[in-house]
Design a protein around this ligand. Sequence first.
Ligand SMILES: [Cu+2]
Length: 486
Amino acid sequence: MSLLSSVVRRRGPLKARLALTSGLLLVAASVCAEPNREPDGWADGVELAALEDLNPDPHILEVNLEAAVVTLPIWSLRPPTEVYAFNGSVPGPLIDLAAGDRLIVHFTNNLPEPTTIHWHGLRIANEMDGAPHHPRPPVLPGERFDYDFVVPDAGLFWYHPHVNSSAQVGYGLYGALRVRASDDSEAAAPEDEIVLVLSDIGIDEDGGLDDPASGGDLGTLFGREGNVILVNGRWLPSLKVRAGITQRWRLVNAARSRYFKLALPGTTFTRIGNDGGLLPGPLEEDELFLIPGQRADVLVTPDVANGTVQFLTWLPYDRGFGSSELRTEQLIMRLELTDDPPGAPTQASFSREIAPIDVSGATPVSMRLTEMMDADGRLVLGINDLPFAELEPWLATLGETQVWEVTNEMDWDHPFHLHGFFFQELGDDGEPLAPLSWQDSINVPSRETRRIAVVFDERPGMWMFHCHILDHADAGMMGMLHLTEP
Ligand SMILES: [Cu+2]
């Protein structure tokens, strides 16, 4: 089946809806000069690679994914760069399907080293989670593995390796996975929607990639950031937008260490969702904040004069010594306002019922994020003073609710991520924080404590949790939760 016919078939219902909409617009043509849409090709500058669907069933997306070394023109100021890529692109192709659909990925590892694919945020069976040896071994060079699961929740998720992760993600292995709602909960969303994969990459004068161990222990302690910020794999790409038209941005922070604090001067963000789908209601925010691994779902209505340019801007954030000193704002994406007449904004009419987790009777669990030295005087990170390799698994039984109290004893923030389950953040008083939301990643600031509630209601197995500064995870700041039958 050709790529085009697959896209048309999978988008069939949407096409039908658009046809209906344009019929209505024709009727209203005497009142409304133009459809309330962005101009054709408005988002071509950030287009993500697509996948060919090999399966005729509209509720099964079956694709081939290959990890391999390729040479790509990543940064126009430098020669092309030899990177790791999924299907030859950085980021990898957008995986796009609906809640309840089945995803089959025929994965081939053509890298010179073992790897896996972890499906960040997806509540899937443990054996599909991609944590190496828990339970499946990594996919060796030249070998294949079929990932096969149903995606249960609407939201934006992402995929990346979980072996030698800081290096492999830093080399370019990551991609977005969008799960559309299969009900009408997002029917009021603007049609103009883009997925934005935020990352960075370290490129030297000759176009080569930075050594993944650059800076030694200090580099590890800080968490290595690339010198070039990328949006969908591009340096400073452009959108062409009409004033007054509301767009929906689905963002993921796929960087191995970098935090993203973003502003669009002159325009606020209407946040409607995060890691685990929609929020209870819209929130107005001047800045977007995404720790590594996190997602944001926002409505954006550029409303400045035609002919002007707005810049999506990265702002320094102090996540510990050396992370904000002498660092300046960076422009990461252009919004070019076209000469089209201004449109009418789409009102954010989203709402979602989220019940608070009942924490009465929950099992308290506390853990400390710590740093140590090994016998050779090398930096080791860990949990409760032990690195991953020496830690016994934490335990939980099916149906159990736990409240984790995570204390950061270091001078750097840690973005804490739990595989396979959503959690809710609790305040110091043990009550859920407002607004209620589902998350799989949370920032634990330096020398502070954060609390999360999680219900381990299904899917036994060995589940990872770790710092999502991948240098920290690789240095030992990871643990396992062994979830068993009661
Ligand atoms: Cu960390």
